[in-house]
Design a protein around this ligand. Structure first.
Ligand code: CA
Length: 509
């Protein structure tokens, strides 16, 4: 008898028992995924101190989330560009495994081809999954839908290419689709333009970038983000009326290019460069949408039972199209969207879950977008399919105050040239373990090592002075890429895969 008590004690500590029974399941789950929102693009400090960029942006509703939840200051996107992060969230698989390593547009067409021609390096990019997610994939929405949730997608989808099944969120398990389709940017943010690209140029005619399904707002003085959230709040109220549990994927097209001001907020930014002022109004508009959504959930009595996650799909745009000096829009992080450096992948992450996540807390434990798949499902008590291999880990024990045990390091893999030049905007693989981050630039075989906890700006390459750490992490990266069956880029002419260990050996010779 004593022995069985001891055994039980070993298996489940009293704390674990208490935790297991006391933790409520979230009745509703909301993923608020802003597009291209940089790590510094809110008034919520994600750095160790408040920065001038935090002072610039007006996001009181994001501040409310932070006051009522957990700010993950080392939260990452799965990729420095759109589709790979989005598909990683909805599949739980890192881009290295899914082979969705670049952004998608047309089915069966390699979108990287025109950019690859501009890549002067010795690299030949590998084949990748140019179609994105497919209707047969066990997506988050499919699993939530099968578990009886009302599944709503609102805004930018960009989960599958035009002409493939994944272009339409309704094929990926969503019951409701508000304005989502294959392309990853809006033709225009203005209702007066019918949200059409040609409307923005003052011309008639359609293009693939035209936002679908918001005809009621055409020719009206309404900003795209406002139209999307108005429709979304209607869908939330309908779910409440129908007594349904809700899984909402709210993904405004903002703050992705084209950078177009919401003119009613421009007066808040009189001293900014006009482009930067326009960008700031887009950030502010997204925050108003967040406020409207929170208010609706609260009115319907749902917010108290909702797990709410706020994050972005990649770092803030900084290479082109922004005002002022380039590559500094995510300062103190280096570079921005498309880059291997922290500015490309470190993004805002806030988690609000009443009664479970402690209020007003911060953490520097690294997390990554594809962790959301097992985490959102676990939080809602929905099981993951047994035969579906995951790279993400269930964060719910950590959100409840426990430790985060991660068997494998965070890994990034984008063996493609993004098409513009800037720091770290090169085909690359990388990993983070502890506070160390190893980067392998495949084109020129360059390896760099940073302590991103001490040096978030990645100013001091530690690879020369810490060769043993560089070797250990390079070996780990090679093993992780192999384990995930990542596609290897090749060297022009030679056709040989370019491996991280060969590059390291060359460097340490
Ligand atoms: Ca994006």
């Amino acid at each position: 008898m004593l022995r069985s008590f001891l055994m039980l004690g070993l298996l489940l500590s009293p704390q674990a028992l208490a935790q297991k029974s006391d933790v409520p399941k979230a009745r509703h789950v909301v993923l608020f995924l802003v597009d291209d929102l940089g790590w510094q693009d809110t008034s919520v400090p994600h750095h160790t101190e408040k920065t001038p960029l935090n002072e610039r942006y007006r996001t009181p509703h994001a501040e409310r989330l932070a006051e009522e939840g957990l700010v993950l200051r080392h939260g990452y996107a799965s990729s420095p560009v759109c589709t790979p992060t989005r598909t990683a969230i909805h599949s739980g698989q890192s881009p290295a495994r899914s082979h969705i390593t670049y952004w998608t547009l047309y089915a069966d067409r390699d979108q990287t081809t025109p950019w690859a021609r501009k890549d002067a390096s010795r690299l030949v990019a590998p084949a990748w999954d140019v179609n994105g997610l497919d209707q047969s994939d066990p997506t988050l929405a499919r699993l939530f839908s099968d578990a009886g949730f009302r599944t709503v997608h609102a805004g930018k989808a960009h989960l599958g290419a035009i002409g493939s099944s994944g272009a339409d969120p309704l094929n990926l398990g969503f019951d409701v689709n508000i304005a989502g389709h294959g392309p990853g940017g809006p033709g225009s943010y203005y209702g007066q333009h019918d949200f059409r690209a040609n409307g923005r140029r003052g011309k008639p005619g359609k293009s693939v970038w035209d936002v679908p399904g918001l005809e009621a707002y055409h020719q009206k003085d309404v900003y795209l983000t406002e139209a999307i959230v108005e429709e979304t709040c209607g869908a939330v109220r309908q779910a409440a009326k129908d007594g349904k549990r809700l899984f909402l994927s709210f993904a405004p097209y903002a703050v992705h290019a084209p950078i177009m001001p919401n003119k009613k907020y421009l007066e808040h930014y009189p001293d900014l460069d006009p482009k930067e002022a326009a960008y700031a109004t887009m950030v502010e508009t997204v925050d108003h949408a967040l406020g409207a959504l929170l208010a609706t959930l609260e009115d319907e009595g749902m917010l108290k039972d909702t797990l709410f996650v706020y994050t972005s799909d990649n770092g803030g745009l900084s290479a082109h199209g922004r005002g002022g000096e380039q590559h500094v829009h995510n300062a103190p992080l280096r570079s921005g969207k498309g880059s291997a450096y922290e500015g490309g992948v470190r993004v805002p992450w806030i988690v609000r879950w009443p009664g479970v996540v402690a209020k007003g807390t911060t953490s520097d434990v690294p997390v990554i977008s594809h962790d959301l798949y097992p985490s959102l499902l676990a939080a809602a008590g929905v099981s993951t399919p047994k035969d579906h291999v995951l790279d993400g880990v269930d964060l719910t024990p950590f959100w409840q105050g426990g430790d985060l045990d991660r068997e494998h390091p965070l890994v990034w893999h984008m063996p493609h040239f993004w098409g513009v030049h800037g720091p770290g905007i090169q085909p690359y693989s990388a990993l983070r373990q502890g506070s160390l981050k190893l980067l392998f630039f495949q084109g020129d075989g360059r390896i760099e090592l940073y302590d991103v906890a001490q040096d978030p700006g990645e100013t001091q390459d530690l690879a020369p002075e810490r060769p043993a750490d560089a070797r250990r992490l390079a070996q780990l990266l090679a093993a992780e890429l192999l384990r995930r069956k990542a596609q290897a880029p090749r060297i022009k002419g030679g056709g040989q895969p370019l491996g991280v260990m060969a590059a390291l050996n060359e460097m340490q010779r």
